[in-house]
Design a protein around this ligand. Structure first.
Ligand code: ADP
Length: 609
């Protein structure tokens, strides 16, 4: 988990909010307080100055209108004014000047400006006051870096005659200094309050952020799959309630995760052990799951096909779009057969849909139906073959019987010939039906062999003798058989038929004057019985097929030779029923060798011997 830096933390934000709120509050209070205080102080300063000036103007008016005879010892106007000014001077007044109605300075309270007495006051405002005009607008002025309060008041007699004016400079700077001091006190107070608030804020914010950060750590652990942790509940406020809910949620999540996990395991073992292939896609048709049988059927690796489009994987691109597959209700046959090997799969599709109809994905179930199809095809082929094989002799017979019926029976020469053909065809049909019955018996499950321990050399010789005696062609028989007896457990009737089929084939396909070699090879656990001829041989590509039912290399010729196409198929079934194997080796035009094995235990011979 990435740790939240202090500068981004909610803790700092809370502290900042508290501190800022306090700061704003103090500032609003401060500004209002200082402004009000300033107005009050300035007003009271002005009132006090005005009151002093009013009193002063009464005294000065008296002196200015007074008739004085200096010779009689009356004090001069300047002296009287000087006295009055020094009596009325105060700390908040910097200077008071008195001018007569002509604008001449008759006195000043400032000892340093005494030389101005007798001079004319040049200030325009003073002159305006003397001529009964208004007071200047802004009495507060800046002089030599200090703020001063300039008040010019006319001195009037009872008859409202202006006899002079008072020009007063008040020390208003003091008031401002006082306000500055209060401001400083206020600032210091603000800093102390903010520091205390910040400390308290840190502690208070911790009570909120601690449970939140606990929950954050818990949520992180949850995301990693750790359900064992529990959030500490600090109290029963909203955050406490949240923590309790969080713990309940964790429990529920743990339970549902356990259920999901067991479901997932169940599903994956079902998928792994089922023989059908299963492929799941997302809603866009990309593969999200493929089980091992499906991967094997399609010969792909599970990892590489994930997220590949299913229509590519199933090679359906040309026939279907994914949307069409979603609509497909019938099974789709996927034919991957090659020239050499049939391979057919059946695919069934099922759409995963929400109740609203929203498609979540597609499940495809693959089933290998190659064997089924093969059996089906073989069955069809077999029925077609049987019908064909039966129809040929029947058609021949019908035409001969028709000819006889139409009068040929009267012909002494033709009639026996026709009857002979009919008899041959009937025999061929009987042979065919017998062979079919044999095969059907071999196919049935309750088929049993009557095995006996037989010396195979004696048994083999007996059969060859029979063929040698009855053969009609000029074919030489050559026996390459061991002198010693070789005992094997066999069903004599069945093996007689196997050898009959093989030897009669060898005779059938041997040329006049040909040679048939009979041999037996003893091995540790089996004997190999072979019959080889130097007849027409079998082309290489047909060699394995000659053991199939109804298979003939040259159909027309074999039929003429009286074959049913079932002889070797029957031989194969019988040899395999004995636990042996049968095969052919041949060179076209040179000859054919048919061999089969029979299980054999050499020691038995000793016991019998
Ligand atoms: P059939 O009754 O037609 O001989 P088989 O099942 O015995 O039927 O033999 C199948 C086919 O195998 C024959 O039609 C023939 O083409 C071929 N075949 C069998 N044995 C030989 C052989 N010794 N030489 C050449 N071809 C043979």
């Amino acid at each position: 988990m990435k740790k939240v830096s202090f500068f981004r933390s909610i803790h700092l934000k809370l502290v900042l909010v508290i501190v800022l709120l306090i700061l704003i509050s103090i500032q609003i209070i401060g500004v209002y307080f200082v402004k009000t205080l300033q107005t009050t102080l300035l007003d009271s300063f002005k009132i006090s100055i005005q009151e002093k000036v009013n009193i002063l103007s009464i005294y000065l008016e008296e002196q200015l209108v007074k008739e004085r005879v200096v010779e009689k010892g009356d004090a001069t106007l300047e002296d009287d004014i000087k006295r009055i000014l020094s009596d009325n001077n105060s700390s908040d007044i910097k200077e008071i000047r008195v001018v007569d109605s002509n604008g001449i300075i008759v006195g000043t309270s400032d000892p340093e400006n005494q030389h101005l007495v007798g001079q004319k006051m040049v200030d325009i405002s003073v002159r305006r006051v003397l001529s009964n005009s208004s007071q200047p607008d802004n009495p507060i002025k800046q002089k030599n870096g200090e703020k001063i309060y300039e008040l010019i008041t006319p001195i009037k007699t009872n008859g409202d005659e202006t006899v002079g004016a008072i020009y007063l400079v008040g020390k208003i700077e003091n008031v401002y200094k006082q306000i500055d001091k209060i401001n400083q006190i206020f600032q210091k107070g603000t800093i102390i309050t903010l520091v205390v608030t910040a400390i308290l804020g840190v502690l208070l914010a911790r009570t909120i952020t601690k449970p939140i950060s606990d929950m954050q750590k818990h949520a992180f652990a949850l995301s990693k799959g750790n359900f064992s942790r529990k959030v500490k509940v600090y109290g029963f406020d909203e955050i406490g309630q949240l923590a309790i809910t969080f713990n309940n949620l964790t429990k529920k999540l743990q339970e549902s995760q356990a259920t999901t996990e067991s479901e997932r395991r169940k599903l994956s073992s079902v998928l792994a052990y089922m023989t059908d292939g299963v492929i799941a896609t997302d809603r866009r048709g990309r593969i999200i799951l493929i089980n091992e049988p499906a991967a094997k059927m399609l010969d792909v690796s599970r990892e590489t096909v994930l997220s590949e489009p299913i229509i590519n994987l199933l090679d359906l691109k040309e026939k279907y779009t994914f949307e069409e597959l979603l609509e497909e209700r019938e099974s789709v046959i996927l034919d991957y057969s090659t020239h050499y090997e049939p391979y057919i799969l059946r695919a069934n599709f099922s759409v995963i849909q929400k109740e609203t109809g929203f498609v979540n994905g597609l499940i495809t179930v693959l089933h290998d139906i190659t064997e089924q199809e093969k059996i089906d095809m073989e069955r069809k082929e077999f029925v077609a073959n049987v019908s064909h094989e039966l129809r040929t002799p029947l058609t021949t017979m019908r035409s001969y019987v028709e000819a006889l019926y139409d009068g040929a029976w009267k012909d002494e020469e033709l009639a026996p010939k026709f009857l002979n053909v009919t008899q041959n065809e009937t025999e061929r049909m009987i042979r065919l039906v017998n062979d079919l019955l044999q095969l059907s018996k071999l196919d049935s499950r309750d088929y049993q062999l009557n095995k006996e321990l037989v010396d195979f050399i004696v048994f083999y010789n007996r059969i060859i003798d029979r063929f040698e005696l009855t053969k009609q062609q000029n074919v030489i028989f050559l026996r390459k058989l061991p002198k010693k007896a070789a005992f094997v457990e066999i069903d004599e009737d069945k093996l007689t038929q196997v050898l009959d089929n093989i030897i009669s084939n060898a005779l059938k396909y041997s040329p006049e004057g040909g040679k048939i070699t009979f041999s037996i090879k003893e091995q540790e656990q089996q004997i190999i019985v072979s019959v080889s001829d130097n007849g027409v041989g079998i082309p290489k590509e047909n060699i394995d097929k000659i053991f199939d039912r109804f298979y003939r290399v040259d159909k027309a010729r074999t039929r003429k030779l009286g074959g049913t196409g079932l002889g070797l198929a029957i031989a194969k079934e019988m040899v395999e029923a004995h636990g042996g194997r049968i095969w052919a080796s041949s060179k076209e035009g040179k000859g054919t060798k048919i061999s089969f094995t029979l299980p054999y235990i050499q020691s038995e011979e000793d016991d019998w011997g």
